[in-house]
Write a protein that binds this ligand. Structure first.
Ligand SMILES: NC(=O)c1ccc[n+]([C@@H]2O[C@H](COP(=O)([O-])OP(=O)(O)OC[C@H]3O[C@@H](n4cnc5c(N)ncnc54)[C@H](O)[C@@H]3O)[C@@H](O)[C@H]2O)c1
Length: 347
């Protein structure tokens, strides 16, 4: 059996009033538990076999793991988080903030060197090994499976999954290529579906082992998931679809102790998607003449900021307030929360 099929159950069974522990691999001698090759109820089997007086066991096929409980005081102290698309932009800043607030964090991205370097920077800043960089292509089920095997082998399980990886190819419905449509749909829509398909069994196993605990899936959606976006239909459609998935997953996964919600940020001008000097949207919109009369990046930015009642773009701290609200709120699921400075209002 794999780490993802066993360790979350172990972690759940070892929950105390300090929460669920992180599991750390060790060479220390420990009681051995042998799981049958076809084990239909891992939680029940482990519950029967776990010695009461130790928080360190050897699972025959996986190695020896001990429980580590957090003494942190941050808003997500002791929780294990995974953020996709974490090599740059929102994902990187979300993962960094979660680590600052006491979480153990897996940064996952198709840009492997990017997340590995980011995890090293976070570890250096925190002074301990709280972060790990993991390769993933969210549009590929096998890649997700392998990434989650790494995350569970490293930390033991998962409390908060942030589905953030997303891509944009703007263009008219009259001319956008099928290739660009597929690219956007595969990452933003199918990638979210596949990621939840891979993550949900892990969270469900923890809930089965520890029924009074709830776990979180948070999708970083967009204001374009709530209102249409001119000449940007592939992106907006993928994000609207994402909210349909969030609502449907929320209905289904509530019995597994999993809350599923989306956050819908406004434009994040400080991130590379907009501000990259060569490929960013400021450059693209300036060069294509999309903003009438604009001569500089500042002109393009001012045009878009003028559409926001609060006259500024969205920042990661704005998104984090919504994310911590969703994690701390025990009586909400299936929501899509706008974080748009008043640009999009729910009806
Ligand atoms: N930037 C904005 O203005 C804005 C506004 C609202 C919502 N969003 C949403 O926020 C999320 C992050 O946006 P951003 O601006 O930080 O984007 P970004 O382009 O700066 O970063 C996206 C990250 O996702 C990674 N990625 C792309 N395809 C992937 C795949 N198949 N598997 C794994 N990782 C992959 C990239 O390597 C990159 O590190 C997206 O879902 C986006 O739709 C962005």
């Amino acid at each position: 059996m794999t780490s993802a099929q066993v360790l979350p159950a172990l972690r759940g069974l070892w929950a105390t009033d300090k929460g669920l522990p992180r599991l750390v691999k060790t060479d220390a001698p420990a009681p051995v538990i042998t799981l049958p090759e076809t084990c239909t109820d891992v939680v029940a089997t482990l519950r029967e076999s776990l010695p009461a007086d130790t928080r360190c066991v050897t699972i025959d096929t996986l190695g020896t793991y001990r429980a580590v409980y957090s003494d942190g005081t941050g808003r997500v102290a002791g929780k294990i988080a995974m953020v996709t698309g974490a090599a740059q932009g929102f994902g990187l800043e979300i993962a960094t903030d979660l680590a600052k607030q006491g979480a153990w964090v897996a940064l996952a991205d198709i840009n492997v060197s990017g997340v590995q370097a980011a995890a090293e920077r976070i570890n250096a800043a925190c002074g301990s090994e709280v972060a790990v960089g993991v390769a993933v292509n969210v549009a590929d089920a096998e890649s997700l499976k392998s990434a989650l095997e790494t995350v569970t082998a490293t930390f033991g399980g998962l409390d908060i999954f942030v589905s953030n990886a997303g891509v944009l190819r703007a263009g008219s419905v009259k001319t956008l290529s099928v290739k660009d449509l597929d690219f956007v749909t595969n990452v933003n829509y199918k990638g979210y579906f596949l990621a939840v398909q891979a993550v949900a069994p892990i969270l469900a196993l923890q809930h089965q082992a520890c029924p009074d605990r709830w776990f979180d899936i948070v999708q970083i959606n967009s204001k374009s998931g709530l209102v249409g976006s001119n000449k940007n239909g592939a992106y907006a459609g993928s994000k609207f679809g994402g909210i349909g998935l969030t609502q449907s997953f929320a209905l289904e996964l509530v019995t597994d102790g999993i809350k599923v919600n989306s956050i819908c940020p406004g434009n994040f001008y400080d991130g590379p998607l907009w501000s990259d000097p060569e490929k960013g949207l400021f450059r693209q919109y300036l060069d294509s003449g999309k903003v009438p009369g604009a001569k500089t990046f500042a002109d393009v930015k001012a045009f878009y900021e003028s559409k926001v009642p609060m006259h500024r773009g969205c920042t990661t701290p704005d998104v984090m307030r919504a994310l911590y609200y969703l994690v701390e709120q025990v009586y909400e699921t299936g929501q899509a929360i706008p974080v748009t400075g008043g640009q999009v209002m729910l009806s």
